[in-house]
Ligand binder design. Structure first.
Ligand code: NIG
Ligand code: FE
Length: 428
């Protein structure tokens, strides 16, 4: 018999996503769905996910076990948001309004706005203020069904401030149910005090930020904003190779606003992911497929930037690239925690099937952050990170855009949110 301290019974659809990771090509549509399925967990781990009759035959509830009746709802893995700029202070709604009336992102950046504006606000914020904002953001993410996220630094841009952002993101992850995986993005932009000395800044990233972040175990990954006017492919290559040598796996903001050989570079350095890719070349995509580099699609950024060009998601799937979908949560180009909105945009504007978008937000996203052994699907042995949707079918994620359908969130086998209310820490 299998002992359980938490069970979820009678799902209309239990999306287990059992099977190969990452999901590629036609397999990306395979959610390994069980109608009327049940799930059981013990000590934070999944011990059963399967049919009702097997559940009844095999699972016994411990005294005091938590029983959630899904009552005909969807039960699926918690969302894994594999690309966020979680730690930042301030907001940029005035800049947003200027963009709405026709100014470009690059024009605003050239005037000292954009990333630099958030850098000023973030440097000025105390640790307490930053930690507080990060925790509030994590609460909103949890209510949206996110159970693990990646978090980039990138709004400090001094050695101390970059390390501080990584430390605070990790501390927030310790205090909050959501698991946080950190990425050093010291190369987000050249800060104003290095104007005219960009090579000195690249050296600061390579010689000081990377070694300190690695030695302090403050980051698992290293990222660069590779874009015309920001960091060139050559600079990105130097930084990512230094990161890799220090034990930080490369990721890359690639081909977002203009084509710049980002996909090719990501393949060359065998990055864990290349992200954005709105302007990626076909050649770059096939190199990525061959090198096993995942593409992280950020449809919210294309949407909020009103891009004419969206990442060629269908071509990626056809080329055999592993795709994930994430929010890009940041104060400039996509200020939202909503993963279900990303599913809707990925379907409606990138032509993914809903099944593909769901796999891209869970199992494939977990692969890109090196966690598919423990999260991303509902299989015995994995963390019990599970969400219940207030809908009879996962199709509602795209069919009802902008609506938070998340009814309950189970994190590490404990109910962390229910009926749109945070329930951790449990009342004594
Ligand atoms: O992913 N592209 C670079 N970084 C962010 C935007 C940062 C900002 O505008 O503050 C992004 O879109
Ligand atoms: Fe980003």
């Amino acid at each position: 018999m299998i002992r359980a301290d938490l069970v979820i019974v009678d799902a209309a659809q239990l999306l287990t996503l059992r099977g190969p990771a990452p999901r590629l090509r036609a397999d990306l549509r395979d959610l390994a769905l069980i109608e009327g399925g049940c799930l059981a967990a013990h000590s934070g781990r999944i011990v059963f996910a399967g049919r009702r009759d097997e559940f009844e035959a095999e699972v016994v509830l411990e005294d005091g076990a938590d029983v959630l009746d899904a009552m005909g709802r969807v039960v699926m893995p918690g969302f894994v948001d594999a690309h966020t700029h979680l730690p930042f202070a301030g907001s940029r709604e005035a800049e947003f309004a200027r963009r709405m009336s026709g100014m470009t992102y690059q024009q605003i950046a050239a005037e000292g706005g954009g990333i630099s504006a958030t850098v000023r606000a973030t440097r000025a914020a105390s640790d307490e203020e930053l930690l507080d904002t990060i925790l509030q953001r994590l609460d909103r993410m949890l209510l949206e069904g996110v159970t693990t996220c990646e978090a980039k630094s990138g709004y400090g841009l001094t050695l101390d401030d970059e390390l501080r952002l990584l430390r605070l993101a990790l501390e927030a992850g310790q205090r909050h149910p959501i698991d946080v995986v950190t990425t050093l993005l010291g190369a987000h932009t050249v800060p104003p005090e290095y104007a005219g000395r960009r090579d000195d800044y690249v050296r600061l990233v390579i010689e000081e930020m990377i070694p300190r972040a690695a030695a302090g175990k403050l980051a698992a990954f290293c990222d660069v904003f590779c874009e015309a006017g920001v960091f060139s492919a050559d600079e990105a290559r130097r930084i990512l190779k230094a990161g890799r040598a220090a034990g930080l796996r490369p990721r890359l903001h690639a081909d977002q606003l203009t084509p710049g050989g980002g996909a090719e570079l990501a393949a060359e350095v065998e990055a864990a992911s290349a992200d954005h890719l709105d302007h990626a070349s076909d050649e770059g995509l096939s190199l990525m497929a061959r090198a096993g580099v995942a593409a992280i699609l950020l449809p919210g950024a294309s949407f909020c930037m009103r891009q004419a060009h969206w990442a060629p998601a269908r071509r990626m799937v056809d080329a055999g690239v592993a795709i994930a979908v994430a929010t890009d949560l940041n104060p400039g180009t996509c200020n939202t925690e909503s993963m279900s909105l990303m599913v809707a945009l990925a379907c409606l504007s990138m032509n993914l099937a809903v099944e593909e978008a769901v796999a891209a937000c869970t199992l494939n996203a977990a692969v890109t952050i090196g966690r598919s052994g423990t999260i991303g699907s509902l299989e015995p042995g994995k963390q019990a990170d599970v969400i219940v949707l207030d809908a009879p079918s996962y199709l509602h994620l795209a069919y009802r855009p902008g609506i938070n359908l998340v009814h309950a969130v189970v994190k590490d086998g404990r109910v962390a949110a229910r009926e749109r209310r945070i329930t951790y820490p449990e009342p004594a």
